[in-house]
Structures are given as structure tokens and as C-alpha cells.
Design a protein around this ligand. Sequence first.
Ligand code: SAM
Length: 303
Amino acid sequence: SIQQTQNDVIPRYVRVNTLKTSLEDVIDYLKREGFSYQGTPGRLEDLDRLSGKMFLCDLHLKDLLVFSGKTDFHDHFLYKAGHIILQGKASCLPAFLLNPPVGSHVIDACAAPGNKTSHLAAIMKNKGKLFAFDLDAKRLSTMSTLLLRAGVTCHKLANQDFLKVDPQNSEYKEVKYILLDPSCSGSGMVCLRDELPETQEDGRLQALAAFQLHCLNHALQFPQLERIVYSTCSIHSQENEEVVTACLQRNPGFRLVHLLPDWPERGHEPLTQCLRASTAKTRTHGFFVAMLERRPAQSDKET
Ligand code: SAM
């Protein structure tokens, strides 16, 4: 089946929730349960040799463990207790890269079901303010449960259209970091991709790209914003590089940040500062991440 194929290629990633435990404690717990820790892999292909109860540390992200794709933790104590989060590697990139300082004010613009919100809270050590918005009430209620289990306390959830959040509202006057992970076509999700007909998609892609650009432009209106991460689980440049390019044209006060020099898959030319992810090159779902930062005030002559 398609699911079987996906499990064969994409490993099971497990993020250690540092709000509740530590990487060392999770590794010890799993070893005592009969899992076999293999250390840090030397290269990508080492992931393909994971089987049974073997596991590794991730090549790029700390607090991320890698298991064979067939490993299921949904009934595991560590998962039920919120000590581990079942989150794909690509989906861990946005919060990891945004890396908001402890105590900062942060917006997660399209937040539900909240895995990235809980990751942000862990990076912030639950200190500061994490404003999380989502339009979908049902997804937000799932999110409340997830955040409770993960021990997140620094958040404020709102069932609100991010496009209608007023950047001038004094509540957000200290917001320097935004994570924007808007609705997308999902074309990078390996299990979905084989089922989506390529044609008949164009109108939908165009509408999604317009929405994504609108969100990105809106996010840049927050007066104290210093950096923003934009991500999608789409493989279409229309939702990725083209959205970022259009946004930069409209907002010359911002520029791209060159992300993870060692990452093997880059944004399409000329946006090589951005990251892409795929089964073939990173053993993840298809994904795109860009980070924009405000240019320093005196930097008119810099590129
Ligand atoms: N960041 C989430 C996570 O890691 O769990 C996944 C977000 S999902 C890709 C996109 C979300 O955007 C959906 O939950 C959807 O309800 C929400 N959304 C769509 N339009 C929105 C809007 N105008 N304002 C706020 N949220 C919106």
C-alpha cells in the first residue's frame, strides 16, 4: 500500500519535549525498554538501515530522535505523558530556525493543531508570550489538549483570522518573532501526493498562493518584527519561492536569511537561502522554509 511505501522511506521522528524531560532521560528510558541507541549518524543513508528497536539522534536537529518508519509510539507512555511529540523532521524546522529567545513575544499565525507552537514554547522555556491564532475552532480544541499534555503555559490561543489581527494593537507591540505556517496544498505529504491529480489543481494553487502572500505581507506589518519564518508542506514553487519573491518585492525593508549551510536541499534558484526538504534528499516529507529578517536601519547600501 501507499502507507507501507511511505513507512519504508521516511523514518519515524520523535521530538523530545524539553518542557517535561531531557534528551538524555528519554534515551535512557528507551534503552531500559530494550531500544538500541546507535548515536549520531555519519550520513543520510544510515537512516535507511534503521530496523526493529534501533534509534539514532538526528543529523541536524537536537532533541530529535529517529526510528524505523514502522515504529509506533501512539500507545507509548512517553507520548501519552507529553514527554515526546510525534512530529516529522521537516515540521521541526520552522521553530528551530526561528529560535525565539527565552522571554520573547512571539506570534504563531496559523497554529493548529499546534506541534510548532509547543516546539516554540519549549525553545522559549515557557517564558515570554506566545500568541497563537487559528480560524478553525475544532482544530483549536485539539490544540488545547495537545498543549496541555505538552506542559505549555506561555501561550494565548485565539480563534481568530490572522489577517484580521491588528498589528498596531498594543498587545503585540513587543512581538519580534512570527512563525507563519499557513494552509497549503499539502503536496509535500508523501501519502497524499500519489492521490492528487496534477491537473485541476491550478486554480486551487493560485488561491492558496494569494492567501499565503496576503498572510506574509500582513505579518510584516507588526512594528517590532525582527524575523519571520514562512513554511509550507507544499512542493509547488507557486506556494513557496514565488510567494517569498513577491513579498520581498513589496517589502524592501526585509531580506532573506541564509539558513543551515549544511542542509542538502535548497530553495529553487535564486532563493537558495531557503530550504527545501524531500524524501530523496532529507528523508522527510516535502517541505519549504524561508526566513526573512528586517534590514538594519543603516543598511540601505547592503544587499
Ligand atoms: N502550524 C500548525 C502545526 O504545526 O501544527 C499547522 C498549521 S496548518 C498548515 C494551517 C492552519 O491555518 C490550519 O489549522 C487552518 O485552520 C489555519 N488557517 C487558515 N486560514 C487562517 C487564517 N486566515 N487565520 C488563521 N488561521 C488560519
